[in-house]
Design a protein around this ligand. Structure first.
Ligand code: BTN
Length: 272
């Protein structure tokens, strides 16, 4: 187990759970805080088989961390957060995709509490000054009772070791760099706040949908008015971002016509 002698405080359920709102803490049926795991998302998906959800897993390290669109998520054992929550929704699959946008809002609002102004690149890349600070990976399956079993995986950079960060093929940052303080950031506290907000968001989303989060998402949107490059299974297209639709899809002006995307890899083109 990690300890202060290793140079950082270990994640611990005792320390995380005392930061979780008791109303939400009481809902959690299973939790796991481990030193190392292939992917916290895999652990979370398994919990549906046992019927023990909501369930949450935190790990100090992931040996096979996954990102969106088949990418790896570099998950060194330093001081980041890797967590997954398993939650079952009584929703149809077509009503699920805005949930990933809601999770982005949750992370941006958490960062704001620490004085960090982050933005969102559709659907849920969390960026600070154009550099990625957090990512969200949702994986879902239809359950036996036709409910939608969803795993929400979050990777949040807290204090990434620069040498290990070189493995990341995109510009990145972390909370410590953005706060600019040598004072150590308490991961257990961040984990507790993040989990409380996430549980709250899942409950709200199940009842009310995207509506309660849409305006917030729009206020953090960096794709609106930007020149975008959009990669889908059909190829690559370029157009201007028009914002998001009421159900969280990406609206883009392509050759004078508005087109809607529900799934795509988006990058922002920098004007030469
Ligand atoms: C992205 O590509 O932006 C999504 C990254 C998601 C990473 C998190 S870390 C915890 C969870 N487990 C994984 O294997 N992936 C997600």
């Amino acid at each position: 187990m990690n300890n202060a002698a290793d140079g950082y405080d270990a994640l611990s359920w005792v320390d995380i759970s005392r930061r979780i709102d008791p109303v939400y803490l009481a809902q959690i049926k299973r939790h796991s805080v481990v030193d190392s795991i292939a992917s916290t998302n895999d652990w979370a998906m398994l919990q549906f088989k046992e019927g023990e959800t909501p369930a949450v897993c935190f790990s100090e390290q992931q040996t096979q961390g996954r990102g969106r669109n088949g990418r790896d998520w570099v998950s060194p054992k330093t001081q980041n957060i890797y967590m997954s929550l398993a939650w079952s929704f009584a929703l149809k699959p077509e009503n699920l995709h805005a949930l990933s946008l809601v999770v982005g809002v949750v992370i941006v609002q958490l960062l704001k509490q620490y004085g960090i102004n982050a933005q969102l690149k559709w659907p849920n890349d969390v960026l600070v000054r154009g550099k990625k600070i957090a990512g969200v990976l949702l994986e879902s399956r239809i359950g036996v009772k036709k409910n939608l079993n969803v795993v929400i995986g979050i990777g949040l950079n807290i204090e990434m070791n620069s040498a290990l960060g070189k493995k990341i093929d995109r510009q990145w940052t972390d909370m410590s760099r953005e706060i600019g303080s040598k004072k150590s950031i308490c991961r257990n506290k961040i984990a507790g706040i993040l989990l409380t907000r996430l549980l709250q968001a899942c409950e709200n989303y199940g009842r009310l949908g995207f509506g309660a989060y849409k305006d917030a998402w729009k206020s953090y949107d960096i794709c609106r008015h930007a020149e975008l490059e959009i990669t889908t299974s059909d190829g690559v297209v370029r157009g201007k971002g028009l914002g998001i639709s009421d159900n969280g899809a990406l609206r883009v002006m392509l050759n004078g016509q508005e087109k809607i995307f529900y799934a795509a890899d988006v990058s922002i083109r920098v004007k030469q």
